[in-house]
Ligand binder design. Structure first.
Ligand code: PLP
Length: 374
């Protein structure tokens, strides 16, 4: 049977990985500055990760959400203490899209309204409400277009208030650092205004931290650069270091009811074990701090490259913008220099999303290779 052919592939077949390196079937080493798309947080094949998931698998791998699973509570407590987001409630699911989908659904249930405000160049995942709130229309189906979503430009406070005034908006969904859209950030003034206006017009504020969360930005959540308290905080990617885990933190003002949400696999023992280990390692190895230090180092080095027209992002969610499309450069980095990088909706942007364990020598190697290719 053939695979449903939706992904253009690089001709690399990784069979092994360790920390910031991936090895192909012939044993060739690749430096991973892509983190499997911002997923690898604590490094590939971290020994604690292997040990804890294997030991959990030897006890029990799966049952259902109809019985007590103390690991779910342990995960909630760990997220609370590391993030400093106190008193939120945790709902565990399996991916970033699901996390946004559940937050949007809860916002609609809570407010009794159904229009969503999202932003130009946003990306929120492939499920129906999440993709409808994604500003890449070629990914939409007619089914998704039934959702009511209005896209406004980042930092357009006037447009935001005009839309919210109408009174039918259940949620404003935003990324503090846009991912696929190309690493643009709303201004502090705009973020504070969104929160204020959501309160005024009784809409929910949803922070999509699927890519920027779990330490990647140098803060636990990227929105924590600002003094705001979203109704929902959506997580995924780095939460499981490759194990499929997503989650939503839900403000205590939003009350749970039996049957409101549900999932078969979400919060299973292996997923919880993976994510608890990720949090342990982030804390013990000070990876959030490392993301900040390494991000600053990267920016400093990038400033010496004359072909770079803009440096974007923060922490280890970074981008280099050129005045040409980067797809050939990415190919040369992979095939000639054995370095993985990422692309984005902005075709001129090279994205850098490494494991949070990255060190200066790895970035030195990247900049040497980049200079040679440019
Ligand atoms: C900001 C953001 N939200 C949501 C998603 C969707 O996550 P997933 O692919 O796990 O469904 C992504 C994935 O790239 C993302 O970057």
């Amino acid at each position: 049977m053939k695979l449903f052919d939706v992904y253009p592939l690089y001709d690399v077949n990784p069979t092994k990985a360790k920390n910031v390196f991936v090895y192909d079937k012939d044993g060739k080493e690749y430096l991973d500055l892509y983190g499997g798309h911002a997923v690898i947080s604590i490094g590939h094949s971290h020994p604690d990760y292997i040990k804890n998931i294997s030991s959990q698998l030897n006890k029990i791998g799966f049952y259902s959400n109809s019985v007590i699973n103390p690991l779910q509570k342990e995960l909630a407590n760990s997220i609370e203490s590391l993030s400093g987001c106190y008193n939120y409630r945790l709902f565990i699911c399996n991916s970033g899209a699901e996390s946004n989908e559940n937050a949007l659904k809860l916002a609609s249930m809570h407010t009794g309204k159904k229009r969503v405000i999202a932003f130009k160049n946003s990306f929120h995942g492939r499920t129906s409400a999440a993709i409808a709130a994604t500003d890449f229309r070629s990914f939409h189906s007619p089914l998704d277009q039934q959702q009511k979503v209005t896209f406004i430009s980042l930092n357009d406070i006037y447009a935001l208030e005009n839309e919210l005034k109408i009174g039918d908006v259940c949620a404003v969904l935003f990324e503090s650092i846009q991912g696929y859209g190309g690493l643009d950030e709303p201004s502090e003034e705009f973020i504070l205004s969104i929160e204020k206006m959501c309160k005024k017009y009784e809409a929910c504020l949803i922070a999509d931290e699927v890519q920027s969360g779990f330490g990647r930005s140098g803060k636990f959540f990227a929105f924590q650069k600002y003094n705001i308290e979203p109704h929902f905080i959506c997580m995924g990617k780095g939460m499981g270091n490759g194990f499929p885990v997503g989650g939503v933190l839900i403000h205590p003002n939003i009350k749970a009811k039996y049957g409101m949400l549900g999932t078969t696999f979400g919060g299973n023992y292996l997923a919880c074990s993976a994510s608890i280990t990720v949090l342990d390692v982030i804390k013990r190895e000070k990876l959030q701090e490392n993301a900040k230090i390494m991000g600053d180092y990267f920016v400093k080095k990038a400033k010496s490259i004359s072909q770079v027209i803009r440096i974007k992002g923060r922490g280890l969610m970074l981008g280099l913008e050129f005045d040409f499309q980067v797809s050939d450069l990415r190919k040369k980095l992979i095939y000639d220099k054995k370095i993985f990088t990422g692309g984005s909706g902005n075709k001129n942007l090279l994205r850098i999303l490494p494991p949070l364990t990255i060190q200066k020598t790895h970035f030195d190697k990247f900049f040497k290779a980049l200079k040679e290719l440019l």
